[in-house]
Design a protein around this ligand. Structure first.
Ligand code: SAM
Length: 263
């Protein structure tokens, strides 16, 4: 696999893998990651909290009756992966993973298999081109777009410097009523002194990076029914009444997340 992978440029997927203590990263990724850790020492906590939000939101969708999932910005496999969470609730759940990084797709195809009853499919695609993803033959074979789909973009949109509302409508307009949108993305709202220099570490390496404020992210759910508790830090999303978090912990995580349902 190494022959096909450029090693002189960090990849967001492998930098993230390093934060999650994975083994699928190279020297160039670790250098970028260490620079980010200097300005955002708790980013590993943020990565773990983000994964836990993926687990809870996927379980929530599966328990709400969603049987088809479209996960964009999948990342290098880290167990449990989204299909494992969904298929643990609904073995026949059908999951399509999309990432624009060929590294991710190579690992995903090698490592991720679903239940016999369900299906797990991988597509190389770019979230900025919803039409290309939605008309892909593999997607149309796996998903019935006349039925609800759980669309997740978790820890993805802070790597996208584009018109996010246009991208989201590109997907949501094609999805059936009862579909869900799940988002988690980095914000400078709690600790700009850590988040903005981290964004700069990506940009100087020619990796797109754009963090956003609360109001902008709330706007991404326009036209959807926002599921309780709304747009909140991911550790505050349906973790149970007994959990208590400090503002200092919100700053360590520095993300907003939300789940909306298409009426
Ligand atoms: C931080 S990882 C998130 C992985 C996983 N969703 C999670 O939350 O644990 C972000 C992923 O988004 C992918 N990505 C970045 N820009 C993308 C784009 N324009 N289209 C599709 N995927 C993209 C990267 O390759 C990377 O695998």
């Amino acid at each position: 696999m190494d022959g096909e992978i450029p090693l002189d440029q960090p990849h967001t997927s492998r930098v993230y893998d390093y934060f999650l203590d994975g083994k699928d990263n190279y020297e160039v990724d670790r250098k970028a990651a260490e620079e980010i850790l200097k300005v955002w020492p708790n980013i590993r906590t943020a990565a773990r909290v983000n994964r836990q939000f993926m687990h809870r939101s996927t379980r929530f969708l599966a328990e709400s009756g969603v049987r088809q999932f479209l996960d964009i910005g999948t990342g290098i496999p880290t167990e449990p992966n989204l299909h494992q969470v969904a298929q643990a609730v609904t073995p026949e759940a059908r999951v399509v993973y999309v990432d624009n990084d060929p590294v991710v797709l190579a690992y995903a195809r090698a490592l991720m298999t679903g239940t016999a009853a369900g299906s797990t499919t991988y597509i190389q695609g770019d979230v900025r081109d919803p039409a290309a993803i939605l008309r892909s033959a593999e997607l149309l074979e796996a998903l019935d777009l006349s039925q609800p789909v759980g669309l997740s973009m978790i820890a993805l949109l802070h790597f996208v410097e584009a018109d996010i509302p246009a991208i989201l409508s590109g997907f949501l307009d094609a999805l059936a009523p009862g579909s869900y949108l799940v988002i988690c993305a980095i914000t400078p709202d709690f600790a700009p002194e850590q988040v903005l220099p981290a964004q700069e570490v990506y940009r100087v390496r020619r990796l797109p990076a754009q963090v956003r404020h609360y109001d902008e992210m709330v706007g991404w759910f326009a036209g959807l029914d926002l599921i309780d508790p709304g747009v909140v830090p991911p550790h505050r999303w349906r973790l149970g009444e007994t959990s208590e978090f400090t503002e200092a912990f919100d700053a360590k995580v520095s993300c907003w997340c939300g789940v909306g349902r298409k009426p």
